[in-house]
Design a protein around this ligand. Structure first.
Ligand code: HSE
Length: 306
């Protein structure tokens, strides 16, 4: 079976946004692009040097995802050559594995003509990632709010705008597994109620574009940030400095190690100037959230139709 070549473009994401642990994600304009061409066997190659240590055999995450989707559909996927070019750094808390999984689901859907809806794609991707926050943002775009349990997922994507996220990337990497390893099995009932309320207010505030109120609750998380703070020695100071310079919230990006600074567009330069001056060992990247998720573009045909 053959198919016409196409490209899959998938955005990065920041997850949790404070109290939205394992539920809320936000798509960001750093992209992973995969060129998909018909080929007699599976072949994966990465264009950038930083990705050369990733496996390109059947243990590759994109390939594993395609195989899992094919197994779930009970069908075989036509082989392809996948050329991956990604701007999403690995193990930095910007959803690189979620982008790979999201793209894998999308490629499988296209190659096997499965007709999966966006919700079905998010469910399959969540099954593989284990939580829905990054994959939902990568697939649907915007601010995504999800509940995933017992292999069922409910996601709503809210288009957002009017603010930016300044990503502060330290040099060190932090494996998600290590960062999840410090989380407790149980949480006091009152802490859970209050964090859940904070997440609810945050979502409503983003929908209403009331960033001041979003900021009032985003730094009131009890689900994960307090347990992870040892991995983030500068976090308390960065929160103080960024908010003093006009940011409305500072959160750990996903499992870290990146830190996300949320700021209305009018304050970006003050915030960036303040942080880059004081925290010179971090790389800073200012990004406007994107409302477009994973996108497939068919390659232009070179053939002339007569
Ligand atoms: N919600 C996840 C976490 C995101 O914080 O561990 C990282 O994959």
């Amino acid at each position: 079976m053959t198919f016409s070549p196409f490209t899959v473009k998938t955005p990065a994401s920041t997850a949790n946004l404070g109290p939205g642990f394992d539920s809320i994600g936000l798509a960001l304009p750093i992209y992973q692009k995969i060129d998909v061409q018909p080929y007699q066997q599976w072949k994966v190659s990465y264009e950038h040097e930083d990705f050369q240590d990733l496996p390109t055999d059947q243990s590759n995450l994109i390939l594993q995802t395609i195989n899992k989707v094919a197994a779930a559909a009970g069908t075989e996927c036509p082989c392809a050559a996948l050329t991956v070019s990604s701007e999403i750094p690995l193990s930095k808390g910007l959803g690189s594995s979620a982008a790979a999984i999201s793209a894998g689901v999308s490629i499988a859907n296209r190659l096997m003509d499965l007709g999966l809806t966006e919700d079905e794609q998010i469910r399959l991707a969540s099954d593989i990632e284990g939580h829905p926050d990054n994959v939902s943002a990568s697939i649907a775009g915007g601010l995504t709010v999800s509940r995933y349990a017992d292999r069922e997922v409910t996601t709503v994507s809210i288009p957002v705008g009017g603010f930016s996220v300044v990503i502060m990337a330290p040099e060190a990497e932090l494996a998600t597994k290590k960062s999840r390893g410090v989380l407790p099995d149980q949480l006091p009932y009152r802490d859970a109620v209050l964090s859940s309320a904070a997440a609810n207010v945050m979502v409503a505030a983003f929908a209403a574009k009331d960033f001041y109120k979003a900021g009032q609750v985003m730094m009131k998380d009890s689900f994960h940030e307090p347990f992870r703070e040892n991995f983030f020695p500068d976090l308390t100071d960065i929160k103080k400095d960024a908010c003093h310079a006009g940011a409305f919230a500072v959160t750990i990006s996903g499992a870290g190690p990146c830190i996300s600074i949320f700021t209305e567009d009018t304050h970006i330069s003050t915030v960036v100037d303040r942080l880059s001056e004081k925290y010179s060992s971090y790389q800073l990247l200012t990004l406007k959230p994107v409302n477009q998720g994973t996108l497939i573009t068919e390659h232009q045909s070179n053939r002339l139709s007569v």
